[in-house]
Design a protein. Structure first.
Length: 448
């Protein structure tokens, strides 16, 4: 039995919750939203889940994996924008012979918790908080090892330590490895996620404290969502970043994921530029000596990533050089974080506008790369149907193992092709010399 799960895209009403990860990855009582839905689908008899993710699909894929830890098959497909249930059903569930769960469980938009369809949670911070309170009595499921009700309406997880002088007022939830200091007051209607540290005399009510967050001594949180140093009043939708780490701070600093700007890739590109600049300089001087421009620039459409969807980007190529040397200036794009070593090749605005369907538009959901899957497969550079298929495949299956395979194939495959070409040329030249010798001997024989 199959089920289609649709991840909510970025929602302006709860934008701060998705600052570092997609909404479906945000922790709720120690689990992410998508984990609750996978477990719910498994309970309904599903053996395969297909997840449609528009917001940072690589992070969703990292969280779900291949589904084996639930004993099922899982597949995460990147899409350009969030689909409605009707759109997704028409696009992915057209095969009537496929073994789908009965409607409405066959296609679900994960904008609420399982079993609470009338409690949407992604429209505002208040809706998010209300949904969590509604879920609190259900959070202590039998599969949670070590969760116990330490007093009526108060649940605590493994390795949670509460000072004898602290006050816990129901209903409230203390996740795993939570520490509550002396004279602190937690509750009513307080949710502390895993590894939260509450210092002495702090007071928390009508609030959620995100995982790995420190609430400082004598700090009062009321009607708030706190995560790291971000503080949101869910009643007024106002937010602030607390600059004093003694009041509120993250115990583990999180940084937004940006695959194209990975420090190692940028460093290696900088080193490659430093080592190969004489080659690039010679190529430019050769073009100038022949009265031709050394560089040409092209405008490309950026990958559709959070923060810069579809914005134009200018990159350069060498002129009148070999296939690979032409891309040498793009090492600078990698060093500055606008390109990746492996990705999909850049498209001009005209080419991007000619992508005719969602499958082809997947080209734009992957980072721009110096090398592509089409290069590794020997596909001629350009905008052919074959190149589109390779680009869409890479956008869906992208991972570091595939990147290594592409790099190996491009770098070492090019060397092999050049050696093969040299060998072929040598063989042809030897054949010509052999035929020339035979011809000379034949003329000498006729003269003799």
């Amino acid at each position: 039995m199959k089920v289609l799960l649709i991840c909510p895209d970025e929602r302006s009403g709860v934008s701060m919750l998705s600052a570092f990860e997609p909404l479906v990855n945000v922790r709720i009582f120690g689990k992410s939203l998508i984990e609750y839905w996978v477990e719910h689908a498994m309970g309904l008899g599903a053996t395969k889940i297909i997840v449609l993710a528009a917001d940072r699909p690589e992070q969703v894929r990292d969280r779900v994996g291949d589904g084996k830890r639930w004993g099922m098959e899982a597949e995460v497909l990147p899409i350009l924008h969030e689909l409605t249930e009707a759109e997704a059903r028409a696009q992915f569930c057209e095969d009537c012979n496929a073994n789908w769960l009965p409607a409405p469980n066959d296609v679900v938009v994960m904008d609420h918790l399982p079993g609470l369809p009338l409690q949407p949670m992604c429209g505002s911070y208040a809706a998010w908080f209300e949904a969590l309170l509604a879920w609190l009595p259900r959070a202590a499921t039998p599969d949670r090892i070590g969760v116990r009700e330490i007093q009526p309406g108060v649940w605590a997880g493994l390795r949670t330590r509460v000072s004898p002088s602290a006050r816990l007022l129901a209903p409230c939830w203390l996740g795993e490895s939570v520490t509550v200091g002396p004279c602190a007051a937690v509750g009513p209607m307080a949710i502390l996620e895993d590894k939260v540290f509450i210092e002495a005399a702090a007071e928390i009510s009508n609030s959620v404290v995100g995982a790995e967050t420190l609430v400082g001594e004598c700090t009062e949180l009321k009607d708030s969502l706190a995560c790291g140093n971000n503080l949101i009043n869910w009643k007024t939708n106002s937010s602030v970043q607390v600059s004093d780490p003694f009041l509120l701070c993250a115990l583990n600093q999180h940084k937004p994921s940006d695959r194209s700007a990975a420090w190692f890739g940028r460093l290696t590109a900088t080193v490659a530029l430093a080592c190969t600049w004489p080659i690039g300089l010679l190529a430019m001087l050769g073009s100038k000596a022949n009265g031709r421009p050394a560089l040409t620039w092209t405008e490309a459409v950026r990958a559709q990533a959070p923060g810069a969807p579809g914005q134009p980007l200018r990159y350069y190529e060498l002129t009148y050089t070999s296939h690979w040397l032409r891309r040498w200036p793009q090492l600078w794009n990698i060093a500055t974080g606008t390109f990746a070593w492996v990705g999909n090749r850049p498209l001009s605005p005209t080419e991007a506008g000619s992508l005719t369907n969602d499958f082809e538009r997947l080209w734009l959901s992957a980072p721009i790369g110096l090398f592509s899957l089409a290069d590794a497969e020997g596909c001629p550079e350009g905008f052919s149907d074959e190149a589109r298929a390779h680009a869409s495949f890479y956008a869906v299956q992208a991972n570091w193992r595939l990147d290594l395979v592409i790099l190996k194939s491009v770098l070492f495959g090019s060397v092999r092709k050049e050696r093969s070409l040299v060998t072929d040329n040598q063989s042809i030249w030897k054949g010509v010399e052999h035929e020339d010798k035979i011809s000379k001997r034949h003329v000498a024989y006729q003269r003799g």
